[in-house]
Design a protein around this ligand. Structure first.
Ligand code: SF4
Ligand code: SF4
Length: 196
């Protein structure tokens, strides 16, 4: 028994309307998803204009409270891969800073440099966007200023003036003690001898 096949034209017409129906159905399915999310709060942000908040414990790029730092080297010694280098000249209690560099080509953000700091002045910040095409820029100086501030210069000058005044007073005292006694006056320490 032979099955009669519909003519070619009728077959084409059926697949045409089938395609139209399929296109309409998939468009409707897509639009249903679009409308479902159209008024909901977006989960994406316009980075880098907007940034998501980081966790409190996030370990980002370091920052230094330079005014508290005493250049003790404890953080550099604690670093397992030697990526901290610092240099400063001491003027009494004041520090003239030259360098406090951290090499982010090596740093693994382990935070081991933070814990031993006796002044609690080196911290891991929240900043994470540190992208560059130049490796040299990954050597970051954490200093806010270099050299001496005006305040430090004033304090150094005051300390030197105090030191000079003390030295002058000591010299004067020594000169007075070395002077021979005037006529009629007992020699220095003479009374003590008599008392003894
Ligand atoms: S975070 Fe770790 S690797 Fe980076 S400087 Fe501190 S101690 Fe060194
Ligand atoms: S341990 Fe603290 S005080 Fe000492 S050099 Fe490092 S940051 Fe400065």
């Amino acid at each position: 028994m032979t099955v009669a096949t519909p003519p070619r034209e009728a077959r084409n017409q059926r697949s045409y309307w089938g395609n139209v129906f399929s296109a309409l159905r998939s468009t409707a399915a897509g639009m249903r998803i679009t409308f479902r999310y159209l008024w909901s709060k977006p989960v994406t942000i316009q980075y880098p204009d907007e940034k998501l908040p980081t966790d409190d414990r996030y370990r980002g790029i370091h920052y230094l409270e330079q005014d508290l730092c005493i250049c003790c080297d404890a953080c550099a010694k604690a670093c397992p891969i030697d990526c901290i280098e610092m240099d400063a000249t001491r003027h009494g209690k004041e520090l003239e800073w030259h360098q406090f560099e951290l090499d982010y080509q090596k740093c693994m953000f382990c935070e081991l440099c933070v814990y031993p700091c006796p002044k609690d002045c080196i911290h891991m910040g929240k900043e994470y966007a540190f992208v560059t095409e130049d490796r040299g820029e990954l050597l970051l100086d954490l200093l806010t200023w270099k050299g001496l501030t005006e305040q430090q210069k004033i304090r150094i000058a005051e300390a030197e003036a105090r030191k000079a005044a003390k030295a002058a007073a000591r010299k004067k005292k020594e000169a007075e003690a070395a002077e021979p006694p005037a006529a009629g006056e007992p020699p220095a320490g003479g009374e003590d001898k008599e008392d003894a």
